[in-house]
Design a protein around this ligand. Structure first.
Ligand code: AP5
Ligand code: MG
Length: 216
């Protein structure tokens, strides 16, 4: 099964993708994570995208499409969860081609619907473990023991550079202008399923599970 998680910054794409990966053995393909890895490794692509990401703008279609293509080749039989990709009409068309070339198809485009003020609150409170990457939130998902990662026991945490309020506003504007308009592209094919992203993490996960299991 191949699915897209589509939604604005902070909608919960990464949170739900990590659950699906852990619970169903699907593979999360997050272009945001791939770009952050490229930056951390100091690769030429990483250097090229740094300023664009810090400004909250979109990286070029060519770069992200190439990253997704490479990653798809490493998981020929996996159930893929596209997280943060596609983000433009050109990327949506490129994904169709990448999948068709590999004899694969899209099963669902799951839209996480949320309101913008909640998103700012979610994003500005987000942090993750520097060691294992487990995601947390100051209010909505704190660690069980303050300052200690639940998953690996590390005491080092990081916050994303683009999680400042003014950058979040730019990321949302990019979403409204370039990404939301791809919904009709998938709607025409009857692929879009809308879930209430304002519900709790568990409730959103249950809504997604019902779709994947064909119960709704
Ligand atoms: P990317 O990393 O994809 O960021 P994003 O789309 O802005 O989304 P986020 O990762 O911020 O949010 P999310 O939906 O994953 O939410 P999360 O689960 O963390 O992209 C970053 C940048 O890379 C872009 O700005 C761009 O520059 C570049 N880029 C990436 N892909 C690109 C592409 N295809 N084309 C061009 N450029 C690209 O949740 C957020 C917080 O809320 C967490 O703290 C979480 O614990 C909490 N939370 C989650 N769900 C709930 C819930 N139901 N209730 C309460 N709290 C919740
Ligand atoms: Mg994410």
């Amino acid at each position: 099964m191949n699915i897209i998680l589509l939604g604005p910054p902070g909608a919960g794409k990464g949170t739900q993708a990590a659950r699906l990966q852990a619970e169903r053995g699907m593979i999360q393909l997050s272009t945001g994570d791939m770009l952050r890895e490229a930056r951390a490794s100091g690769s030429p692509i990483g250097e090229k995208v740094k300023a664009i990401m810090d400004a909250g703008e979109l990286v070029s279609d060519e770069i992200v499409t190439a990253l997704i293509g490479e990653r798809l080749d490493t998981c020929a039989d996996c159930g893929a969860i596209f997280d943060g990709f596609p983000r433009t009409k050109a990327q949506a068309e490129a994904l169709d081609l990448l999948l068709a070339e590999r004899g694969r198809k899209l099963d669902h485009v799951i839209e996480l619907a949320v309101d913008e003020d909640t998103l700012v609150q979610r994003i500005t409170g987000r942090f993750s473990c520097a060691e294992c990457g487990t995601g947390y939130h100051d209010t909505f998902k704190p660690t069980n023991v303050p300052g200690v990662c639940d998953a690996c026991g590390s005491t080092e945490f990081v916050r994303r550079k683009d999680d400042k309020e003014e950058t979040v506003r730019t990321r949302m504007a990019e979403y409204r202008a370039k990404t939301a308009p791809i919904l009709p592209y998938y709607d025409e094919r009857g692929l879009v399923r809308r879930v209430n992203g304002m519900a709790s993490v568990d409730e959103v996960a249950a809504q997604i599970a019902a779709i994947l299991d064909g119960e709704t």
